[in-house]
Design a protein around this ligand. Structure first.
Ligand SMILES: [Zn+2]
Length: 97
């Protein structure tokens, strides 16, 4: 595999970052939605109590697994951590954006 140049790395990072942001929004949406349903007695009546924790946990687990695969440096493959606005990879020092 040829070594990626700076432009390729930034392009791939942009794609990964967008995927990551979509995943964050989706996860927050699912978790909040379940929270809202849980707090509304009218809606709550039609949902079993433990039935709402399932989707929340599933969303969080899915997000964590997705992040572990997606949120990596395009150059060295190291996990990038919690900062979505990271400029430079801490491991290999490649410029990400
Ligand atoms: Zn790196």
């Amino acid at each position: 595999m040829r070594k990626k140049d700076g432009k390729d790395v930034m392009k791939e990072f942009e794609v990964r970052k967008n995927r990551q942001l979509v995943a964050i929004v989706l996860t927050v949406f699912i978790v909040l939605l379940c929270g809202v349903l849980y707090k509304r007695p009218v809606l709550y009546a039609s949902f079993p109590k433990e039935g709402l924790f399932g989707p929340q946990i599933a969303a969080i687990v899915a997000f964590a697994s997705f992040s572990a695969l997606n949120w990596r440096c395009p150059s060295c493959g190291k996990y990038l951590g919690g900062d979505v606005h990271r400029q430079i990879c801490k491991k290999c020092g490649v410029r990400l954006q």
